[in-house]
Design a protein around this ligand. Structure first.
Ligand code: ZN
Length: 305
């Protein structure tokens, strides 16, 4: 599995696979962008692989069917939309059917935290008394925890967020240049390896426009608003960037990239700008046709003083 942050959990899973002792109900927890989905998919493949070696050979028919998403022995739920009671009933029926020649069956349940009480209750009996060779892998990548009755029936494994040092080393290994002020990028990507890779690989130039706009002396709202109007992501970057500047100010730390922003503005004005921007971000979801530029002007004008 790629990424050192997966290693502790991966060690446990791969040892269970190779000893043919994979738990019938596993709950994998962690945040998005850590590669937990790929790890769960690999486990499904390894459980079904013709070699039965505890690994996925990636060459046999079973591995290929799992890979293409068409293996009848794999049931995926909640990949794109949240799971409803009817989906769980479908899963229950699938779990009760015996598989061909006793082959393993694997259910991958994404969004385990989204299961409401009715869905969880419908699922409990299947989870409690699974057929032999039927495995349930639940993924909980959202902040909301699954209902406790579901939790208690699973072997729970948590993937921790990688540290700044781990991510910086991982990026270097992949030939990606780690910027001097890596702490800023780490915060903006919220410690997510996938988001960070994208930020450095594809969005770096666009992101730097935002950094430059925030650190220009004197500060002017216009270029920043123009950029946010063109590039939707720039609003989220602005929020993360302000939050990072505040964190540095409050803890008396420096950030090379943001030093002009931190030294020229009071904590109060950074805070006010951040909270107004956050409120606007939320309003965006609720009000359609919001004139963004018009709303942004008074928010950023606070930094012009
Ligand atoms: Zn195989």
């Amino acid at each position: 599995m790629s990424g050192p942050w997966l290693t502790p959990v991966w060690r446990q899973l791969s040892s269970a696979l190779s000893q043919q002792r994979f738990p019938q109900s596993t709950l994998l927890r962690g945040s998005e962008g850590l590669g937990i989905e790929a790890m769960a998919e690999y486990c499904a493949k390894a459980l079904l692989c013709e070699t039965q070696s505890g690994r996925a050979c990636n060459r046999c028919k079973q591995c290929q069917l799992v890979e293409s998403g068409t293996h009848p022995g794999v049931f995926r739920l909640g990949v794109e939309e949240s799971v409803k009671v009817d989906d769980i009933r479908r899963l229950n029926r699938w779990a009760q059917q015996s598989s061909s020649v006793g082959a393993a069956k694997v259910a991958l349940l994404y969004g385990a935290g989204q299961l409401n009480e009715a869905s969880a209750n419908a699922f409990l009996k299947t989870l409690e008394e699974p057929n032999a060779n039927t495995f349930f892998v639940l993924l909980n990548l959202e902040t909301k925890q699954p209902i406790s009755t579901v939790l208690s029936r699973c072997v729970q494994l948590t993937v921790s967020q990688p540290t700044e040092a781990q991510l910086s080393a991982w990026l270097s290994e992949q030939g990606i240049t780690v910027p001097d002020d890596f702490a800023l990028y780490y915060r903006v990507a919220q410690g997510s390896p996938e988001a960070l890779k994208k930020l450095l690989d594809e969005d770096k130039a666009e992101f730097e426009i935002v950094v430059n706009a925030f650190t220009a002396i004197p500060f002017s709202a216009e270029p920043l608003i123009a950029h946010i109007s063109k590039q939707a992501k720039a609003l989220d970057w602005s929020l993360q960037l302000l939050q990072f500047a505040l964190r540095c100010s409050l803890s008396n730390q420096t950030s090379e990239a943001l030093s002009a922003l931190i030294s020229h503005h009071s904590i109060a004005s950074l805070q006010s700008c951040h909270s107004d921007l956050l409120a606007l971000r939320q309003a965006q979801y609720q009000i359609s046709g919001l004139n963004l530029a018009q709303q942004l002007y008074p928010i950023f004008a606070q930094l012009e003083r």
